[in-house]
Design a protein around this ligand. Structure first.
Ligand SMILES: Nc1ncnc2c1ncn2[C@@H]1O[C@H](COP(=O)(O)OP(=O)(O)OP(=O)(O)O)[C@@H](O)[C@H]1O
Length: 348
């Protein structure tokens, strides 16, 4: 299942020319306000007719020079920032509404109600639901329209932090259980970190890069697009065992790390986030440090104050002042040690 997009459109303030592929899983459209994210998803959904291009879903053409399917014909489920439920209908009637004429809809209904744990809410009206419950209902309703693509336009933006935390596991479950491409528009790096597998970075109507989140985060040229403080790696680890003092020994491609506050069983996989400004470099093996995690690395790329390191087959970034880059004579190919001051675990 995949979505293929190539489109051009001109507005007085925007010259849009985007090309990307969204495979199954969550593809985040990420970029500053006004870069053309909504225009892109409106064109994909059939709410806007672009000047030219081709949009296809699993090889089925939704738009090209000779085709322009209506929004209903496209089979796209839409989840907006505000849930947009029918206020006079119960949750159950809201959920059943898009599938009221579809055969086998009953079977899907039971499955989706179970997946999103909507059972206890079925007889309630939207006005009695929390923001998170409303969004869960909106997601269920979008799925019950039997979509081939789910478009989520900042679905958490209107929720407070507590509600966001409540709904995030449902979005992760959706990503893992529903074999659909999900296009997810967001300004939030934490959301993108937790949910996205693919990221389409946009700026001024163009796609500046489309690829895996891990590659973007460890690329010294692209990582700053997510925000200056967000540059840094996302690496894979596995909890090997626990030390008597409770610290976890975590195996990564770059070596073993000792981490605090890990509460999963030995054998569990973890996604580790290591921010570039939490990494210090040394040309020689440091001694007498309080930092527990010092891994051998080699420099692969330098851009601005960001040094990209190879640790086994993982890539990591260190943020270093130009003065230190010069003093340490860092350049591609140089071996060094990465002193990692702090690591956080990205859930799921
Ligand atoms: N209907 C329209 N008519 C004229 N210009 C428009 C229209 N819709 C969008 N634009 C122009 O396209 C630009 C991009 O808008 P768009 O909503 O796609 O950006 P965005 O990346 O989704 O922004 P945000 O993150 O703020 O929602 C706008 O700044 C505006 O100049």
């Amino acid at each position: 299942m995949s979505l293929s997009v190539a489109l051009r459109h001109a507005f007085p303030g925007l010259d849009l020319d985007v090309v990307f592929e969204a495979p199954s899983g969550v593809t985040a459209l990420f970029g500053p306000s006004g870069c053309g994210k909504s225009t892109t998803i409106n064109a994909i959904s059939g709410l806007l007719r672009p000047d030219s291009g081709r949009i296809a879903l699993d090889g089925r053409v939704l738009f090209d020079s000779g085709t322009n399917l209506s929004p209903q014909e496209r089979r796209i489920g839409y989840v907006f920032q505000d849930a947009r439920l029918f206020p006079h209908m119960t949750v159950e009637r809201n959920l059943r509404y898009p599938s009221r004429w579809r055969r086998n809809a009953g079977r899907d209904f039971d499955r989706i109600v179970k997946m999103l744990a909507l059972g206890p809410l079925l007889h309630r009206r939207p006005s009695t639901l929390s923001g998170g419950e409303k969004q869960r209902t909106a997601i269920g309703r979008a799925l019950l329209s039997d979509p081939a693509l789910l478009v989520m336009d900042e679905p958490l933006a209107a929720l407070d932090e507590g509600r966001k935390a409540e709904i995030m596991p449902w979005l992760e479950r959706l990503r893992d259980e529903v074999r659909l491409p999900i296009l997810y528009v967001s300004h939030s790096v934490p959301e993108v970190l937790r949910l996205a597998t693919t990221v389409v970075l946009m700026r001024k109507g163009r796609v500046i890069h489309a690829g895996s989140l891990r590659d973007i985060l460890a690329d010294p040229l692209l990582a700053p697009e997510l925000g200056a403080r967000e540059a840094g790696a996302l690496i894979q680890g596995r909890v090997d065992s626990y030390e008597p003092d409770g610290m976890a020994r975590v195996t990564t491609a770059g070596g073993t790390m000792l981490l605090q506050d890990i509460h999963v069983p030995a054998g569990s996989d973890l996604k580790l986030r290591i921010l570039a400004h939490e990494v210090i470099l040394s040309r020689t093996a440091p001694e007498g440090l309080s930092a527990l995690n010092v891994l051998p690395a080699s420099v692969t790329q330098i851009s601005g104050g960001l040094v990209q390191l190879a640790l086994g087959n993982e890539r990591m970034l260190a943020q270093i002042t130009p003065r230190s880059i010069e003093a340490l004579e860092l350049k591609p190919g140089i071996s060094c040690f990465a002193i990692i001051k702090s690591v956080s675990v990205v859930h799921s």
